[in-house]
Design a protein around this ligand. Structure first.
Ligand code: AGV
Ligand code: CA
Length: 310
């Protein structure tokens, strides 16, 4: 059994990650918090509560973050959480065991990690802001963390940020709050970084949508298909708005590590200027496990099978 704390930033693939995490038998999920990075924090938190109430029997209050990043996400992307939050499947009249926590995300992290008898895997599918804050406020959590599994960063020349005053070398979660990446890199915690090298291999293609459509008799697969209908399809070529299963791959890696390949690298992060958020190889850097390859078909089978458990 793995003890996991999940902090996400409310995108469609963040919310699907929560849904899938709740279906994993060998995961003991001890906490969930949401940050308004690639979303707005209110619908991200509300939708998370509703997903837990709808798709799990566990009681788990969701802690909202009050943190802000340096480089905001485009509003179009941030709106997705409102759409998921409004879905009928999440809004049926039902018992509501799980609610919104009165703790802030970083406080909830500290409390849950310190109270856990087992060391905790910190799964983050957004910026590292809340984790960086909890490490500053309560440095003792460092020894209680088994490892950090983070969707973010890349060692490729081309990241996925296309913004004015930036050179395009960064990944968005790192770019949103580069200082937070630095803070986490400055610890001795083991870091598994699910980088663009691997997530670029799992774009949301028309054949995947079709597969989910054909299996929509399973409520969980239908839920996934509807959520992903909110984001732009990949038609003939990759654009700035092409959707990948970034966070879902990161979450699937926790449930089934054999799906990916990784490599140890010494890396650093740039916190200022036109390359801010860029992660790069450097001898003075800290060692990180870069997840850079994935068994694509195995991944899609694994996540679709999890959704069928509903
Ligand atoms: O950089 C990937 C991160 C993931 O955590 N997010 C989306 C995932 O939740 C930002 C992002 C990059 N490109 C995007 C993003 C796009 N085209 N649409 C929405 N979000
Ligand atoms: Ca995310």
């Amino acid at each position: 059994m793995q003890t996991v704390y999940f902090n996400h930033d409310g995108g469609v693939d963040d919310l699907i990650s929560l849904f899938l995490l709740l279906q994993m038998d060998d995961v003991n999920l001890i906490g969930v918090s949401a940050i308004g990075a690639d979303s707005y924090v209110e619908p991200a938190t509300n939708a998370s509560c509703k997903i837990i109430n709808r798709f799990s029997s566990q009681q788990l209050d969701v802690a909202p973050s009050k943190e802000r990043g340096k480089n905001p996400f485009p509003k179009d992307w941030r709106m997705h959480a409102f759409l998921v939050d409004a879905m009928p499947i999440l809004n049926e009249e039902m018992d509501k065991q799980s609610t919104i926590s009165n703790k802030e995300a970083y406080e909830d992290m500290i409390e849950k990690v310190m109270a856990s008898s087992e060391k905790v895997i910190m799964l983050l599918t957004g910026p590292l802001t809340d984790l960086a804050k909890s490490l500053k406020v309560e440095p003792r959590i460092e020894d209680r963390i088994e490892r950090v599994v983070w969707m973010g960063g890349t060692l490729l020349d081309k990241g996925n940020v296309e913004e004015p005053e930036h050179d395009g070398t960064a990944e968005w979660n790192a770019y949103w709050d580069p200082e937070a990446v630095q803070t986490v890199f400055d610890t001795n915690i083991t870091i598994d970084m699910v980088a663009l090298e691997s997530t670029n291999q799992v774009p949301l293609t028309p054949d995947i949508r079709k597969r989910w459509a054909n299996e929509r008799r399973y409520e969980g697969v239908d839920f996934m298909g509807i959520c992903y209908a909110l984001v732009p399809p990949l038609t003939h070529f990759v654009t700035n708005s092409t959707y990948f299963l970034w966070d879902v791959l990161t979450t699937a890696y926790v449930g089934k590590p054999e799906l990916v390949k990784k490599e140890k690298q010494k890396i650093s992060v740039i916190t200022d200027g036109p390359s801010q958020g860029r992660t790069f190889k450097s001898e003075e850097g800290r060692t990180v496990n870069i997840i850079n390859d994935v068994d694509r078909d195995g991944f899609f089978d694994f996540m679709t099978d999890l959704a069928k458990k509903i």
